[in-house]
Design a protein around this ligand. Structure first.
Ligand code: SF4
Length: 231
């Protein structure tokens, strides 16, 4: 059975891969009906700041750090006016605080000076701004502006490989591979589903395959047990 399934995965056509992705999403939508971005925010600017803080940090920690900051700094100009050492101290517990503070400063200064304090809603413009790469730009367009976005974070990358949708390791290549497999209208839902499943079942070190609702669609699960966790 295991080797049969393995052969199936190896010879899978694009059409079959798309059908499998649709099945995965259907199951995960049912499993996690409340799947969403787990960073707390109430304005586009707050989500941009929270997203910068979330690099190499848990959403939980970011959500602990941001409430007093969001209360104190309400506009892009407010953020840009905070002395850098003060901001560094305030966000220290999120890690990589010097770089993050520098990015928040640079981003909010540009927003205040060139964009009337507002976050642009366009993906290409967003990626030109300090501290905002493709992942964050996709998160912003998907979460704040209701446009489709594939948010390729660590969970997305891990699950894409385990499920057997792409063996790429580069996030941009993975994003473009998944654009071919998941319909655009489902990009945002797919992204949230990957993160939720990665955080609740398909853990990095020890995925809980025995209770996983999408195991029938997973290449990792079909691999003989002795090979599991080696790659
Ligand atoms: S079967 Fe295991 S590896 Fe595959 S998605 Fe589920 S938890 Fe992850």
């Amino acid at each position: 059975m295991g080797s049969d399934r393995k052969r199936d995965f190896a010879n899978e056509t694009l059409a079959a891969r798309r059908r499998r992705a649709a099945s995965v999403l259907e199951i995960l939508r049912r499993t996690y009906p409340d799947a969403r971005c787990e960073l707390n925010w109430s304005t586009p600017l707050e989500l941009a700041v929270a997203a910068i803080l979330s690099a190499q940090c848990t959403d939980k920690r970011v959500n602990e750090v941001t409430p007093p900051l969001f209360k104190k700094y309400r506009t892009a100009a407010d953020w840009a006016a905070v002395p850098l050492p003060v901001l560094e101290t305030e966000i220290r517990s999120t890690g990589f605080f010097r770089n993050k503070a520098k990015n928040i400063h640079a981003l909010t200064a540009i927003l205040a000076e060139e964009y009337g304090g507002r976050l642009p809603d366009d993906f290409d413009t967003l990626t030109q701004l300090p501290g905002i790469g493709r992942k964050t730009a996709n998160l912003l367009v998907a979460t704040v502006f209701g446009k489709p976005g594939l948010v390729v974070d660590t969970h997305f990358i891990r699950l894409t490989g385990r499920l057997g949708f792409s063996d790429e390791t580069d996030p941009v290549k993975i994003e473009f591979a998944m654009r071919e497999i998941v319909p655009e209208k489902d990009w945002t839902a797919w992204s949230h589903a990957m993160v939720f499943h990665g955080r609740r079942c398909c853990f990095a070190r020890k995925p809980e395959c025995a209770r996983c609702p999408i195991s029938a669609h997973c290449r990792f699960y079909a691999t003989p047990p002795k090979k599991k966790l080696q790659s």
